[in-house]
Ligand binder design. Structure first.
Ligand SMILES: *Cc1c(COP(=O)(O)O)cnc(C)c1O
Length: 398
């Protein structure tokens, strides 16, 4: 593990070579307004007070740090679960949407757009729009609309309009393209709530800061549970990388802590049906930032595949590209099959049904080595209610 790497973003929005803001001219005023204002805005006592109060009373934070006794016995180590699944709306996504809706209000925006894969970010965005009374339009790939029907129903119930993305693989990447197109057409009154640590600067940093509440709580919770405020390893699944960024944030420069980023291998890394970006990706630009992405030699994006809609994305956020490239974080790839088995194991060992995305993080535990006194935190990014159809198919096939 290399020492002395600087994980802080620089003034231009780069982590090492990764990041930046590659945007069409039309979006320049919006992104520039955000870039010049976001740090000052979120540091204001008034903003912090409102953000903290909503996280506490509306989201239900702090989320528990739970010692998973039977799972720990199975692996011969000490496993703690950071229970983001217990947040209002069932995942970590709401931490970010609460932050960004407060930003949108302060920018005087009247209309909110978002992209969504599994529908969790769409639901979290529709929720905060209902909370403050703003119009909400969510772009979602046509395939994801079919495989995440319960979340589509929730968004509609909350008053959001769900617009299908019909191009490409009809999944998250395509929904993101549609949202960007909308923003270009409506730059004045619209704020785009990006759902992960991706997109042009300042989004990756802004979203990481809103999600950093996860590791901020972990510090005092670990102190209470174990007598020291850091674990030996943190394991988190990575789609764009926001739950991982939040879980890693306060330990990025603490070399005592192993950071493990878990990607979706889909049918297998070498099958052509995969979303393991750190293995299959090369440097390029996607959705506004320079990062690792799955692309052909002439720069066409390769359609990703994962059973899990939240991990089915051809890129990773620039922070994670940097952490993996600099070897500060290690990447583990997990297949659909192993994720399904891990979801079942987690359900029957701890009585917790994880989201399919999170199940990848649990499956990665099989690929790691530990000492018996180690403390390992798994970021339990979300609950599995939305994935019951996939779990039922899996159970029927056993
Ligand atoms: C969206 C989602 C993810 C993937 O997104 P990240 O930005 O990588 O965190 C992971 N887990 C759950 C439960 C999700 O809803």
């Amino acid at each position: 593990m290399s020492k002395n790497i600087h994980t802080e973003i620089d003034d231009r929005g780069y982590y090492g070579r990764f990041g930046g803001a590659f945007i069409p001219e039309m979006l320049h005023p919006n992104v520039e307004e955000l870039r010049t204002k976001y740090l000052g805005m979120i540091a204001e006592p008034d903003f912090k007070k409102e953000f903290d109060a909503l996280l506490k009373d509306y989201v239900g934070r702090p989320s528990p740090l739970y010692f998973a006794k039977r799972m720990s016995e199975h692996y011969g180590t000490n496993i703690y679960l950071k229970r983001e699944d217990l947040n209002h709306t069932g995942a970590h996504k709401i931490n970010n949407t609460i932050g960004q809706i407060l930003v949108a209000q302060r920018l005087g925006k009247k209309r909110i757009i978002a992209e969504t894969g599994a529908g969790q970010h769409g639901v979290a965005t529709a929720t905060v729009c209902a909370l403050v009374g703003l119009e909400c339009i969510v772009y979602m790939g046509e395939i994801d609309i079919a495989r995440q029907a319960p979340n589509v129903a929730r968004m509609r119930m909350l008053g959001a309009e769900v617009r299908p993305a019909l191009s490409g693989s009809k999944t998250l990447k395509d929904a993101t393209n549609e949202a960007i197109r909308d923003w270009i057409n409506n730059p004045e009154d619209t704020h785009y709530i990006i759902g992960s640590v991706v997109g042009p600067h300042p989004y990756p940093d802004m979203v990481a800061r809103f999600q950093s509440v996860i590791s901020e709580e972990m510090k005092w919770q670990l102190q209470e549970h174990t007598g020291r405020d850091y674990p030996d390893a943190i394991v988190a699944c990575v789609g764009g990388g926001s739950n991982a960024a939040g879980a890693f944030y306060h330990y990025l420069n603490d070399q005592r802590v192993r950071l493990v980023a878990v990607e979706a291998a889909g049918m297998g890394v070498d099958t052509g049906e995969s979303a393991a970006t750190s293995v299959l990706g090369t440097e390029g630009i996607i959705h506004g930032s320079r990062t690792l992405l799955m692309q052909t030699e002439d720069g066409q994006v390769i359609e990703p595949y994962s059973i899990s809609a939240g991990l089915d994305y051809p890129g990773i956020g620039p922070l994670h590209a940097f952490l993996i490239d600099s070897k500060r974080a290690e990447a583990i790839a997990v297949t659909d099959e192993d994720a399904l088995a891990a979801a079942l194991f987690t359900a029957r060992t701890e009585g917790i049904i994880p989201a399919l995305e999170t199940a990848h993080a649990f499956a990665a535990l099989d690929q790691m080595k530990y000492g018996k006194d180690d403390v390992v935190v798994v970021c339990l990014s979300g609950r599995g209610d939305k994935d019951l159809a996939a779990f039922t198919t899996y159970l029927d096939g056993l």
